[in-house]
Design a protein around this ligand. Sequence first.
Ligand code: FES
Length: 592
Amino acid sequence: MSLEAKIILEDNETIIQLNPGESLLKNLTNNNFKLESPCGGKGSCGKCKIRILQGQVIPSSQDKIYFSEDELIKGYRLACTCYPEECVIIEVEKNFSCNYEIITTNKIQKISKDNLRVNIYEVKINEEILEEINNITSYINKTLQLQLNYSLDSLEKLAFLLKDDITIIDKIYIKTMEAKVIDVSTKPIDSYGIAIDIGTTTLAISLIDMKTGNIINNYSSINPQQKYGYDVITRIQYASEDEKNLKEMSKLISSALEESINKLLSMSNIDKLLLDCITIAGNTTMIQLLLGLDSFSISLAPFTMITNQIIDLSYAEVFKTHNLKAKIFLLPSVSAYVGGDITSGIYTTDMGHKDFISILLDIGTNGEMVIGNKDKLMSASTAAGPAFEGAKIKYGVGGVKGAIEAIKIEGNKVLVKTIANEPPLGICGTGVVDIVSELLDNKIIDETGYLNEEYLNEDKEYFITNKEDKTNIGFTQKDIREVQLAKAAILAGIEVLIQSYQCSYEDIDKIYLSGGFGTKLHFEQAINIGLLPKELKEKIVPIGNSSLDGAIKFLLNKDASNELENIIRKTDYIELSLNQDFNNKFIDNMYF
Ligand code: FES
């Protein structure tokens, strides 16, 4: 008899066939039900919660860790450790992972006309001029005073023009990319480029007018690889298990990017043949997986990546289709854990050209950080853990609509603000920082992080909110320990970096906070819990998606490759996992 599950999601019911050899999570994923699965189905994050309404499934050992006796009796199970042996009716909670607030960009790039990667020139030409020359490319080069090469496509267009159009025209338009003519026309020509930030969670894409530098449109979506884990290590492990998995991971991201590029072009009414260049920034693992490169060596000491060079490829090489002619640049990484997204951030802040010292900090599962000025740059990455992304926090969620992003305790009341003012679903990173800060200020936790039991409810949680129908959202002792680990790692990283750079807090002019969490973070609260140093309070500058901004800057500037190569050359990397000072400071910073 075939095994079936009836899935209830909000008001909809769907029947799916179950493959008994696969977990319920895998069965649901195969049938397009997306559950949060930060640990990639390993039973270690507690997020893939479902409820069995009918049918028997014996609780797994992981179920017993994540659910109380009462919850187990009510049928709560982790989908990734659930293997039904009879037909079941299952309730799945609304998918949180499809409506992330994604930080794109609206920053206008200052561009110099002299440095544009793509240029469009008008060249006077007619029958009389042709009588005086014996070849057309020398004439164009001489007229423009440039040494240009010509693509086959542009030579074919010139040949056609000489044959058919020359009697009716008096000028042509020449499109160049760097020193190469890539298009010729008797009518004005346009040129567009696309800049992409591949985040571990989200993809952010901007369509740019290459002639003016204006942003035409932005588009964003979820990184579909997250069904195999929210952090890079889990994804690397999955991709390295088998060549088939590696191909699947590469295909997942390349298909999502292609789909996003097509949507962005069609919603902007732009012909895809006018797309001349694409730049992609992302952490080292994201870039390697996009290219289908096995990344196992990134996951183990000595953490070796494949290349620190700019990768310059054709559209066909990256996307395995000949759909578009656009050239693609993938921005280079400093190290396995300071990737092209950070290089891009260094480039866009211009910190490597400044007299003053600044810090660039991007807080995600890893806290990546760079310090420096025009003389030298130094970088590090610390495994902060996913607490500020909502993972490993009992009621944690990403930056989705309904996530609690701000919290204030007033007497017996807890006031919350959610993203988009939707009913509360869980707590995102900024809410996590706020609640810990409030618990400290109200002396509900002490400096060791101990949560005073007299404030806890019967589930051993500090009560935050009561979602009318089902879930009490609370904060647990274990959640506080996760925050302590994360904040101690970030602050210890900053301290070691400053010490290694042989400077002090007074010498630092700015601390740039990049990324979604950094941009939305409440600084006072972050300083209060010891995530950021109080000495830098007046120097914090949130800069949004600096990875995407750097990719746009690279797209527009023909000298960008030299700049990025310079950044790679002058940026040292400190391996914090082997640094005794870091370990000592990490332990000290665990206290509040
Ligand atoms: S516990 Fe099931 S996906 Fe993490």
